[in-house]
Ligand binder design. Structure first.
Ligand SMILES: [Mg+2]
Length: 247
């Protein structure tokens, strides 16, 4: 009888040990993820200096109120330049085995032209709906305000880090769960697009655009933007920024 009790006790202990070991092993083995980042990049004023492309677009007779993106997407090879410091960042992540995606708010018409241009300039395959996505803004039916929807792709692709120049890029990153990095625009682009960059630093101050050029300077120098985003100043500070010419 005594022997039988000992056998039972040992069996229970053994089963408990096996159960505990299995649980521990399962816990350790269940996480097969690697420390591989998924990094997203906006296109205009982030990967491409495309100001000249947008300035060259002819009037759109079919829809005079809107830019002809069929023309724009097919003329980057003529007018746009890759921002070399950002191309280095793209290659830096890829060389370390991280994944890279591009998300632009341009409409996707003739998007294959842009993909071919990026493929040629960056020297790796860029393919529409594979690693290049077109994600135009959508209008809120109640307020009429056009909002970014890039966050949907940011979330779907599992992007951890998102680089962009516009307020909407930063908003999309935050809503989509990625860390936002603000690529500081070329000063020439900043003049052309006063709005949608740190709010608006050029128009008269208002609730929607409270930031001045001095605020802009503080944001850049401290490396944190108004949304709490990281500032990535790729341009040479020797080159005067708007409002800093006398510094
Ligand atoms: Mg942009």
């Amino acid at each position: 009888m005594q022997t039988w009790k000992m056998v039972c006790r040992h069996t229970v202990l053994l089963l408990g040990l096996v159960f505990f070991t299995n649980c521990a092993t399962t816990t350790l083995q269940s996480d097969n993820t690697l420390g591989r980042l998924v990094v997203g990049f906006d296109i205009d004023d982030t990967i491409l200096y495309s100001e000249d492309n947008f300035l060259a677009v002819p009037p759109n007779p079919a829809d005079p109120a809107h830019l002809d993106y069929a023309w724009i997407n097919s003329h980057d090879s003529v007018y746009s330049k890759v921002i070399t410091d950002m191309a280095k960042v793209v290659h830096f992540f890829r060389a370390q085995g991280h994944a890279v995606y591009f998300i632009t708010a341009r409409p996707g018409v003739n998007g294959d032209y842009l993909a071919r241009f990026l493929t040629r300039e960056l020297e790796f395959p860029v393919v529409v709906n594979d690693n290049l996505f077109f994600s135009p803004k959508e209008r809120d039916p109640e307020t009429g305000i056009r909002h970014t929807v890039k966050h949907r792709l940011i979330r779907k692709l599992g992007i951890h880090l998102f680089y962009g120049d516009s307020d909407t890029d930063i908003v999309a990153a935050l809503v989509g769960g990625a860390h936002p990095v603000r690529v500081v625009r070329d000063p020439k682009s900043l003049h052309a697009y006063s709005r949608n960059h740190f709010g608006d630093i050029i128009s008269e101050p208002s609730a929607g655009n409270p930031f001045t050029v001095e605020d802009y300077k503080k944001f850049i120098l401290t490396g944190v933007g108004p949304y709490g985003e990281t500032i990535f100043p790729i341009y040479d500070f020797e080159r005067p920024l708007p409002g800093f010419e006398s510094d």
